[in-house]
Design a protein around this ligand. Structure first.
Ligand code: UT7
Length: 332
């Protein structure tokens, strides 16, 4: 058998209609548009307002659009990996619900939890299955209803997050395209700095956990910021070096959209001009695992076959990493 590569052959996304802008946020907590724009770079974010639905609601729609765009029948899909930190339920998996919502019956489906780095970890997993020759049509979907774990009375975290879903189809190719290298890391040093303290098996939901607001994101912003800048910059530079890529060789850098200052630091370290950096943080905020495929979906029309793309992310755990891929089709 010839060597196989795993290539993205389609991308699609879904964002809710409701726009929560900085003016509205400043009626909820003591903040201003000026502070949020200068310290984070977010103008607005999307919020899923529909009653009684979770991340799968958005994931179903992103995958539906992906199947339509790629003219793929539901029965052709063999595996769905859903990256989420905001599953509809602890079980069954959000992946199972996304499969059901699209009539996908011939696939096995499961969730993968790696916080904001989840898309990278899931794409690496899909790549391994495809390179092994095991499966031919794999969907990686990220679906995040971050508003469900955001404390809208805490000004240090509530401006940060938004809701979204985005999905890619990954298939084998014998050509030199697709995921060509990855550096993925976890260091538990960051466990206390960024957490959802309650609702899991260590601290199940109780009156106390609700009264003490332990079901929303807890973040020590400055600590996370320092690690994010250094780790994301380091892996992005390292993956370029070890693939002998200079800034001229890179068509696009796709960074996790957590803070404009983190994005700038990583891009500077790589020697990249701003025009090559996908940035939509101002419109959507931090949608956790969904930020990277949401960028790919928005920029898809501009992508060309053969484009060298570096994806990079950092999140709770800490988890972080970078993936180098060669884009497999003309986006137009
Ligand atoms: O996606 C997962 C990974 N997450 C990240 O990468 C996030 C990393 N962290 C960050 O992006 C930044 O740390 C934040 C955006 C969360 C915060 O920015 P910062 O520049 O680190 O602010 P800070 O926490 O050091 O706070 C500076 C000041 C404080 O006031 P004092 O103590 O100096 O008087 C805060 O109380 O800014 C105050 N502050 C605010 N003021 C107005 C914090 N949030 C706000 C706010 N509006 N929304």
């Amino acid at each position: 058998m010839k060597d196989l590569n795993a290539v993205i052959t389609g991308v699609a996304s879904y964002v809710p209609d409701y726009i929560l802008d900085n003016n509205e946020i400043s009626t909820m907590v003591d903040t201003t548009d000026e502070w949020i724009m200068s310290r984070i770079g977010i103008k607005e974010r999307r919020i899923l307002k529909e009653e009684g639905v979770g991340s799968s609601y958005m994931g179903v729609r992103a995958v539906k659009s992906l199947l339509e765009k790629t003219a793929t029948k539901p029965e052709e899909i063999e595996l769905i990996i859903c990256s989420t930190s905001t599953p509809d339920f602890t079980f069954p998996s959000t992946a199972a619900m996304i499969a059901e919502g699209n009539g996908i019956k011939n696939a096995f489906a499961y969730d993968l939890s790696a916080a904001c780095s989840g898309f990278l970890f899931a794409l690496e997993t899909a790549t391994a299955f495809i390179k092994a020759g095991r499966y031919k049509k794999v969907i990686v979907v990220a679906a995040e209803k971050m508003s469900s774990i955001t404390n809208y009375t805490d000004r240090t975290t509530c401006p940060l997050f938004g809701d979204a879903s985005a999905a890619v189809l990954v298939e084998p190719t014998e050509e030199h395209f697709g995921v060509l290298d990855s550096i993925l890391c976890t260091d538990g040093v960051g466990i206390p700095n960024l957490q959802l303290k309650a609702g899991g098996s260590a601290c199940p939901a109780s009156h106390d956990t609700v009264d003490n607001n332990l079901h929303t994101v807890y973040q020590e912003g400055q600590v996370v910021f320092k690690y994010a800048v250094s780790r994301m910059s380091d892996v992005s530079a390292e993956i370029m070096e070890r693939n002998q890529l200079t800034h001229d060789d890179i068509a696009w850098f796709v960074p996790h959209q957590a803070n404009m200052r983190i994005i700038d630091a990583a891009a500077n370290r790589m020697g990249l001009e701003k025009e090559k950096v996908m940035i939509n943080i101002q419109k959507y905020g931090n949608t956790s695992a969904a930020t990277l495929p949401l960028c790919l979906s928005e920029w898809e029309p501009q992508l060309k076959k053969g484009d060298n793309i570096i994806l990079s992310a950092f999140g709770a755990g800490f988890t972080w990493g970078a993936i180098y891929l060669k884009w497999g089709y003309d986006g137009k």
